[in-house]
Design a protein around this ligand. Sequence first.
Ligand code: ZN
Length: 71
Amino acid sequence: MTVTNESDDPQVPIVCTECETTSRVPLADVADAVDRHNEQLHDGDEVAAVDPDVADQIADLVATELGLLEE
Ligand SMILES: [Zn+2]
């Protein structure tokens, strides 16, 4: 595992209401982390998810990144 640019790699909180846990993962790993958690701990049920409070901000982040890439 390599961590090269954690400062500009946004960390996204994943919340699991059933486990009562919050874990932060890099934006690029969010989908995998959610899938892995739900598969390993909840038989594939979609229990864990991105914190709804930041889901909007993530959408903005992604939009911004896409905008920057287009430039
Ligand atoms: Zn869980």
